[in-house]
Design a binder for this molecule. Sequence first.
Ligand SMILES: Cc1cc2nc3c(=O)[nH]c(=O)nc-3n(C[C@H](O)[C@H](O)[C@H](O)COP(=O)(O)O)c2cc1C
Ligand code: SF4
Ligand code: SF4
Length: 252
Amino acid sequence: MSIYSIYFSPTGGTEKVCDIISATFSKDYKAIELIAAEDDFASVKLTQDDIAIIGGPVYGGRIPGVAMERLEQISGGGAKAVLVAVYGNRAYDDALMELKDGSVRAGFVPVAGIAANAEHSIARTIAAGRPDKDDEVVLKEFVEKIKEKIAKGETGLEVPGNSHDERRKDSAMPIMVTEDCNECGSCVDECPTRAIPSDAPNTTDAEKCMGCMRCISICPNEARCLPKERIEGATQMLMKACPDRSNNELFL
Ligand SMILES: Cc1cc2nc3c(=O)[nH]c(=O)nc-3n(C[C@H](O)[C@H](O)[C@H](O)COP(=O)(O)O)c2cc1C
Ligand code: SF4
Ligand code: SF4
């Protein structure tokens, strides 16, 4: 039996949550990142003896279409799946249902769903520093309960949210690039949708950009950003709509 941690994590929050969960199953887990557009996801094949932790970030209450498209290229082979929707303190709406539907299409057998919190990748002061020590304790308790369910051989799973016929249409963000860009090219290689041209890395192709914030978070010169008003507006809205710390939730 192998433990797989399969995630799409542009700014690292989903990865941190999946790492905590996967390492609680076994220190010896295999990470499959769904970030690089060129990777051959169809060559990843699991078996019914395996357990997969499948994580995606919540965008507008759903999982990014790019992430679902890559996940569904993998062959689940009957592996048991722990679904993890990672959100920035507001809401996860249909994200767990979308992960459930997509993982079943890919041949996984969902056994548990987790809605977990991580720092908001647009408004970074929202849920800043999460997942934190308290989250870690809760997530580890969740894993113990999931292990009990698996040991009993139970597999059914109900999660909240609506199903969708179409994948989410991801859309661009108004990314700005300042004079601090020295054209190092890091963002060109790291962009999950290849929206940054190698011959002009101080630009962004809005047709291809999925608004994931990865280029902003990885730029070594902090040359990429959103307009200040955009971040401030989002922060105000989120603080008003969800002033309290959101809890992590487990579905079995
Ligand atoms: C385009 C976009 C839309 C988002 N929509 C939501 C949302 O609907 N609800 C929420 O709570 N957080 C939302 N977030 C915050 C992310 O879900 C959260 O920061 C997540 O941890 C990002 O994952 P990552 O760090 O793996 O990239 C959104 C972030 C982005 C970039
Ligand atoms: S990572 Fe930053 S400095 Fe490097 S090319 Fe991209 S924007 Fe410019
Ligand atoms: S250009 Fe768009 S899609 Fe590419 S890393 Fe930046 S925000 Fe994400």
